[in-house]
Write a protein that binds this ligand. Structure first.
Ligand SMILES: C[S@@+](CC[C@H](N)C(=O)[O-])C[C@H]1O[C@@H](n2cnc3c(N)ncnc32)[C@H](O)[C@@H]1O
Length: 387
């Protein structure tokens, strides 16, 4: 019971026993009972704290959420010259990432989604004084720019075998070489279904018990949606860059971003952050676009929920080469039933995408009721732009 609940119960008691009420008590009896209630409530509060029982209102304790004041974290990110970082995460988020690394002192860090390498530099800077700590970074893109901020502007941070960069493929391709015992992950890839869901399923077998996973862009659906004008312009521009780079669309109008690839579909990282079981670590400032989970033990019991994320509508279907690598990898670590969920979803979403293309080609002839994809179940939503 917290102080609010104690005050409330005293008020209710007062109301029920006041002289005008039919259940009236003399002043002395009322005062004695009120003192009793007060000490009983305090006792309950101490008891619940000791045995770990709480009321439904003490949300932070119950749900295992810690709201982190980033300014109080021991981050050393101010030492880096921000103008050379080429980073895709905001300054407060840099502090959060660096502060959590310095709090948990991980030894084997995995970063998925590198781009220019700004976040790699932040991570390397956070572990520079810890001889045992190492970073492995993966990016699907094989481009020259991948990781260049570290090579060009902060080469001293990568010295002594502190950093290994794996590029040109998905995590499944490199994880065997990287090996298990990963105790900290920074996940920041495409932010559309099913990319980060699949990234997580690939990483999971390689994690150490109690590992921390930091996920970026967990609020894109809100920020890009324009509810927060401060971020909207910047994020729309960022989104546009993504779409141009990864979907090969050169002429992206803001309308396309809003409707086709935009905020209603950028919910992936938010969904993942709150699905992974463990203690959540969330910056305490307004609208945090980054968050973390410290995994609880026994993650295997939640595999069904994690695979079930793949049944959410896909915005992107990975290429066949990547799908094959992934399938082989998943078969190694997960049951036949779970892998079948993955396979079914691939088949289904490929059909949806093929149908979308056909519909777009035949836009003028096809009536809206005509849907060439057989739905698996009435609850299955097709891609929004098919409707
Ligand atoms: C937002 S950028 C990363 C930004 C970087 N973390 C930073 O803060 O500076 C996303 C990167 O993820 C990469 N990416 C997209 N899908 C991926 C996947 N499935 N596996 C690995 N990398 C991926 C892209 O090539 C791109 O470079």
């Amino acid at each position: 019971m917290n102080s609010l609940e104690v005050v409330l119960s005293l008020k209710i008691f007062d109301y029920l026993t006041k002289p005008t009420y039919h259940f009236s008590l003399c002043k002395h009896v009322r005062n004695a009972l009120k003192t009793g209630i007060f000490f009983f409530s305090c006792g309950m509060s101490v008891f619940k704290r000791v045995v770990g029982v709480g009321s439904i209102f003490s949300h932070e304790e119950e749900a295992g959420v810690e709201y982190v004041d980033v300014d109080k974290l021991d981050s050393n990110s101010d030492e880096l010259d921000g103008s050379k970082l080429e980073v895709f995460i905001a300054q407060q988020e840099v502090k959060f990432l660096s502060g959590l690394i310095r709090r948990y002192k991980p030894k084997k860090i995995l970063e998925v989604g590198v781009c220019n390498g700004g976040s790699s530099a932040v991570i390397l800077n956070s572990i520079k004084d810890d001889e045992e700590a190492k970073l492995c970074s993966i990016d699907i893109d094989a481009g020259e720019h991948v990781g260049r901020a570290v090579r060009k502007s902060f080469p001293e941070l990568a010295k002594g075998g502190k950093w290994r960069l794996f590029k040109g493929n998905i995590a499944a391709k490199f994880l065997v070489e990287i090996g298990d015992g990963i105790d900290f992950v920074f996940l920041d890839t495409l932010h559309v279904n099913p990319v980060e869901f699949l990234d997580f399923l690939m990483i999971l077998p390689y994690l150490k018990e109690g590992a921390v996973i930091v996920i970026h862009d967990v609020m894109l659906q809100h920020l890009v949606g324009g509810l927060d004008p401060k971020h909207a312009e910047y994020l729309r521009a960022m989104c546009k860059k993504f779409i141009q780079a990864y979907f090969g669309v050169t002429d992206v109008t803001s309308l396309q971003i809003q409707t086709k690839f935009g905020y209603p579909l950028l919910t992936t990282n938010c969904t993942l952050l709150w699905t992974i079981r463990g203690k959540n670590l969330i910056p305490s400032y307004d609208l945090p676009n980054i968050g973390a989970v410290k995994l609880e033990s026994g993650q295997r019991k939640y595999l069904w929920e994690y695979f079930n994320l793949l049944t959410l509508p896909w915005v992107y279907v990975p290429g066949d080469e990547h799908l094959q690598i992934m399938e082989k990898f998943l078969k190694k670590y997960y049951s036949q039933e779970l892998v079948a969920t993955f396979e079914d979803e691939v088949t289904y979403h490929k059909a949806v995408f093929a149908a979308t293309e056909k519909l777009e080609e035949r836009k003028d002839e096809v009536k809206t009721e005509e849907k060439p994809v057989e739905k698996k179940g009435f609850w299955r939503r097709l891609m929004p732009w098919l409707d």
